[in-house]
Design a protein around this ligand. Structure first.
Ligand code: DUC
Ligand code: ZN
Ligand code: ZN
Length: 494
């Protein structure tokens, strides 16, 4: 007679606050007991000498997005989530994009059909590419359906929103209860510099970083923070690449604003010099924002420790390298502006951050768990079901061998991409077994999960996005909630 479906015995359980030796009992896909010498499980996993961490949550990945011209996303939900599982990640949040000038619901329904093949659980951000009346009317029922985060772009020709449209999206988020996530770079400056550089014959991958210097990111961070402040809505700024952008966020946080920051392993590991590798190799490392300097990397680690940046996601962007539908869509002599942006990273996010962060003493284990699981769960409304190891939580677990040395090779990553920017990097610490709701989905580099096991995670109104009304904004007057006080920063009484 068994007491539980599964018992994981003798490991060290680590959360965002504690690390302790305990058995974990799982029944019905949930954690039902934590303790010493728990009863028998129908299945038992011995985890002596292992760390047991909450399964990772990757809150920023591009999966099976529709083609852009000739460029095709090299991952299906099946391959992307296999890769996630192999890398210790058990929840992904990917993107449904409004086709500019038309609606979003049809695209969402289509995307939901694709996502039904996922091996691990998933949720979506809704990308707003124009804030027309029609789209703004379409969004509230979708947000109520559980898509509680919106994404906006401040650059890219077919995606950029001007400040007026950004304010409309922020107002909608305030009124409906959604978090707005932001790609923050100054579009006009990038376009101007790109044209000027390319006209001067400066077209190689390394010139991508020249067209997108830190100032364009710093300015956009400053501007989106100001716009969000006017309406008192929380925002998350994606893929912060260096010191100056992080400092904008830090200042906003010190002023009491709900501004959250994310960075990605590529900004901790790569620099602009990687774009200057021989031949076309630099294109492998071309992402936006651009990788920066060693000093920026040091600053990012500081801001991870300080909490300015609370999440490390992958920004997994599956463009194949040696392929006419990927980085080489316009050939190897194409100007940098024609090269698809992004690097793959679903499988490598956790091992690289663990090895470079915990292993090298830059962050402690609790911070690692917070950055990769607990904080994204809280910020995106997945807690307490996801992101921690607690009674009642889903049994999404990654069993790590903290001492295992692995040399990263693309062939072991299970994604649809033909390269990794970490080829040949030796890491210490590896997620050997990954469980999604108590089911082993990856074991010793073999993906054992079944397409269709993953479930959609609807997200309800949650703490991080509740209206706060901490300071009076001009928008309170618009909403008829001003009682004599002038909005903050408006001077005399209103
Ligand atoms: N930057 C983005 O904004 N999106 C995908 C990949 C990238 O590098
Ligand atoms: Zn982006
Ligand atoms: Zn992205």
């Amino acid at each position: 007679m068994q007491d539980y479906d599964l018992v994981i015995r003798g490991g060290t359980v680590a959360t965002a606050s504690d690390a302790f030796r305990a058995d974990i009992a799982v029944t019905g896909g949930r954690i039902v007991a934590l303790g010493e010498r728990l009863g028998r499980g129908a299945r038992e996993i011995v985890a002596e000498g292992r760390l047991i961490l909450p399964g990772g949550i990757d809150s920023h990945c591009h999966i099976e997005e529709p083609p852009v011209g000739e460029v095709e996303n090299a991952d299906s939900f099946e391959t992307a989530t296999a890769s996630a599982a192999a890398g210790g990640t058990t929840t992904v949040i990917s993107f449904v994009q409004q086709a500019k000038g038309s609606g979003i619901t049809a695209g969402l329904r289509d995307y939901q059909r694709k996502a039904a093949r996922a091996l691990v659980d998933y949720s979506f951000h809704l990308v707003v590419t124009d804030a027309s009346e029609a789209v703004l009317a379409e969004l509230p029922p979708l947000i109520a359906e559980g898509h509680r985060s919106l994404k906006i772009f401040m650059t890219y020709p077919n995606l950029v929103l001007d400040d007026d449209h950004i304010l409309r999206v922020l107002a909608l988020a305030r009124q409906t209860g959604a978090l707005v996530t932001v790609h923050a770079e100054n579009h006009a400056a990038i376009m101007y510099l790109t044209r000027a550089l390319e006209a001067a014959g400066l077209t190689r991958p390394r010139h991508h970083a020249w067209a997108k210097p830190m100032a364009v990111e710093r300015e956009a961070c400053h501007r989106i923070i100001m716009l969000a402040e006017l309406l008192d809505v929380p925002i998350q700024i994606f893929h912060v690449s260096g010191a100056e952008a992080a400092e904008e966020i830090r200042r906003a946080q010190q002023r009491g604003l709900r501004v959250f920051g994310e960075t990605c392993p590529q900004y901790l590991m790569l620099t602009a010099d990687d774009l200057d590798r021989p031949g076309f190799e630099g294109a492998k490392f071309l992402c936006s924002p651009a990788p920066r300097t060693p000093e920026d990397q040091v600053a990012l680690w500081d801001h991870l420790r300080l909490g300015t940046l609370g999440i490390v996601s992958s920004d997994h962007a599956p463009n194949r390298f040696d392929d006419r539908h990927g980085k080489k869509v316009r050939g190897e002599d194409a100007p940098f502006s024609a090269i698809p942006n992004g690097v793959p990273g679903l499988a490598t996010r956790l091992p690289v951050l663990f090895s470079e962060g915990v292993g090298k003493g830059r962050i402690d284990l609790a911070t690692f768990v917070a950055l990769t699981a607990t904080n994204p769960a809280r910020l995106f409304g997945l807690a307490p079901r996801k992101g921690t190891i607690a009674i009642g939580a889903d049994a999404d677990l990654a069993i790590w061998d903290p001492g295992r040395k692995v040399t990263i090779r693309n062939a072991m990553l299970h994604h649809g991409v033909d390269y990794t920017v970490y080829e040949g990097l030796e890491v210490t610490g590896w997620p050997v077994t990954t469980l999604s709701r108590g089911v082993v989905v990856s074991d010793e580099d073999r993906v054992t999960g079944r397409p269709g096991h993953g479930r959609f995670l609807a997200r309800g109104p949650y703490e991080a996005i509740r209206p706060r009304n901490r300071h009076v904004t001009p928008f309170d007057a618009v909403e008829g909630r001003l009682s004599g006080a002038a909005p903050a920063g408006a001077g005399a009484k209103g």
